[in-house]
Design a protein around this ligand. Sequence first.
Ligand code: HEC
Ligand code: HEC
Length: 244
Amino acid sequence: MKAWALVPLLAAGLLAACPDPEVVVVEVTAADHGRDLASDPSIANAAQNRLSCSDCHAETKDEASAHLPGAPLAGATLRPSYWGGQENTLLRSVNNCLYYFMAADAPWDGTEDDAVAIYAYLESLEESGDASAQPFTIGDVVDPGSGDASRGEAVYENGCAFCHGAKTTAAGRLIPYAPTLPEETLADHPDPDYDAEDRRLVFVEKIRHGGFLGYGGTMPPFSLEALSDEDLADLLTYLGVPEP
Ligand code: HEC
Ligand code: HEC
């Protein structure tokens, strides 16, 4: 008998010798499922959405996430208010993100499986979290002056690159229609319609207001807590947005 002919016989013998295969049940808690959903863009149920909750929110405040636009999630279930005091319920706060940033066409009422899982996940973070209302101060639209390009690079890598991709090339950008910085935005605001000061303020206004306060679009706003005026000066210097 040739060697390969043994294989099916052995396999048949093994199967006969085994008891019924056991069904292995992998227990996934709602909180674990919620953690996975927090980094899954399909949670918004919108084909064009590329973003997940964890792109804009860290679990807890740390160096790596210092310039993310959203507040840390740990402690959110315990906070008295949200969105810098503009929202009183957690559900509405999350629905804002789903609607403004993630293209969801229907708000959650809180009973959906995904909503229940996200809530369980947020609850599981309570012990490591900050239960106080998180400040969200809208910065003024003023030119912050020049800063330090190498610090600005770190700000860009933390807060902007995941959507816009690399400076000048947009390599690796998550959002296909996020402009190449700074070139595309400078080209969209040409002389003589815009002078150097106007162009600086286009950047500042977009970063401070995102899609809000009349600007439009889906970019999130960066508060003074997420990005100080000094960070902003460093960022514009790194990007090389010409000063007047
Ligand atoms: C594009 C970025 C972005 C995405 C994606 C996003 N958020 Fe937000 N989120 C923000 C910003 C900006 C705010 C307003 C500032 C703040 O209060 O944190 C906010 C506010 C919140 C708040 C209120 C926090 C507080 O204490 O004020 C919660 C909770 C929240 N988001 C949860 C979520 C969840 C859950 C998801 C995913 C379903 C999500 N967000 C997706 C940017 C985002
Ligand atoms: C969550 C994704 C996201 C993040 C993070 C983000 N942007 Fe944007 N940005 C966009 C999108 C999308 C647009 C296109 C317009 C719109 O939809 O709001 C845009 C547009 C812009 C514009 C063009 C404004 C105009 O009117 O031409 C500038 C400038 C800009 N972003 C700068 C930044 C800088 C600097 C950062 C980091 C501090 C940043 N963005 C972070 C998504 C993002």
